[in-house]
Ligand binder design. Structure first.
Ligand code: NCC
Length: 276
């Protein structure tokens, strides 16, 4: 039930959502203290130009999907939070180019985050729910989860691994577009990691395939492919406006409905290939 045509919606996403990482020259991070932690190279420089990319949701419906090989055939793969690979290669593949983690994981699960090998592969990006359209300074003073010390600790243990902080402006630029294209008021909370990851990959890649964000015929109440936990809210959303995110992604899908039904697969153009 989006109001704009798919083409116009893609243009809005391309032109209004500014996907940037915190840089050493940004606001409160421009201190000598922070300089040693913020990566010197930009994300773009680090990944280079990417062709075909995959975004792998953590949904329970990935279980028994046998999508592993197809996922690994991409130039780059983005995964979320603590989503594991070991023991699940057949369904989710093993390549990890970028892992997007939320600030809750980095703080509340700090011990695992610092210890588990899972996080040592690829590029890490952390994001934190910021106040609506807050300036970086305001957000820095009151982050949702105060992950900055854990971030520094991780950076000092793994100085060679690229680890970025997502500029918090992006989440509300994206939220505004979600709200404008929904018939009802949506949750006043930032989009899910899934939705943020999709838009991050659309800025880096020529083409993006998203797996089991829109559930296939394997749709299940099991929250994650790696846990036995049941909760419908995982797929439909509670805190995050997940249902509205999914409606929007369905609207701009360039693949077939059969691809969704059979493989939970959505095809999106990279912003480089969106002409407005
Ligand atoms: O569960 P989570 O998400 O890590 O999942 C990553 C993204 O996959 C998509 N997803 C997941 C499950 C499902 N059944 N359907 C889906 O479409 C969503 O797009 C989701 O964003 C998050 O967004 O960061 C979230 O993180 C977890 C949790 O913090 C982390 O896993 C770390 O432990 C949140 N769960 C709780 O707080 C209990 C979740 O609400 C959102």
């Amino acid at each position: 039930t989006a109001k704009l045509s798919p083409e116009k919606l893609l243009c809005q996403l391309r032109d209004r959502v500014n996907v940037t990482m915190i840089e050493g020259s940004d606001g409160p991070f421009d201190t000598s203290e922070w300089q040693q932690y913020i990566p010197g190279k930009s994300l773009n420089e680090t990944v280079g130009r990417l062709g075909r990319c995959a975004v792998v949701s953590s949904a329970g419906s990935l279980k028994s999907s046998h999508l592993g090989q197809e996922i690994d055939s991409h130039d780059a793969v983005l995964r979320f939070n603590g989503a594991p690979i070991k023991g699940f290669q057949e369904d989710v593949g093993q390549k990890t180019t970028i892992r997007l983690v939320n600030s809750q994981l980095v703080t509340v699960e700090e011990q695992q985050f610092l210890r588990e090998e899972l996080y040592n592969t690829g590029i890490l990006i952390v994001w934190d729910p910021a106040p609506y359209h807050a300036e970086i300074h305001e957000w820095y003073r009151k982050p949702d989860y105060d992950f900055f010390e854990s971030y520094k600790l991780y950076r000092s243990i793994h100085p060679e691994q690229p680890f970025y902080i997502l500029n918090p402006k992006m989440q509300w630029q994206l939220w505004d577009i979600l709200q404008e294209n929904s018939l009802e008021p949506i949750q006043p909370n930032p989009p899910s990691s899934g939705m943020l990851g999709i838009v991050i990959m659309m800025t880096l890649c020529d083409e993006v395939h998203v797996y089991e964000f829109l559930p296939s015929k394997r749709q299940t109440d099991i929250c994650h492919y790696y846990q036995k936990f049941h909760d419908r809210a995982c797929t439909m959303g509670a805190y995050h406006p997940l249902l509205f995110e999914k409606n929007l992604v369905k609207h701009i899908n360039q693949g077939t409905d059969e691809d969704i039904y059979m493989h939970g697969k959505v095809t999106l153009p990279g912003f480089r290939n969106v002409h407005c």
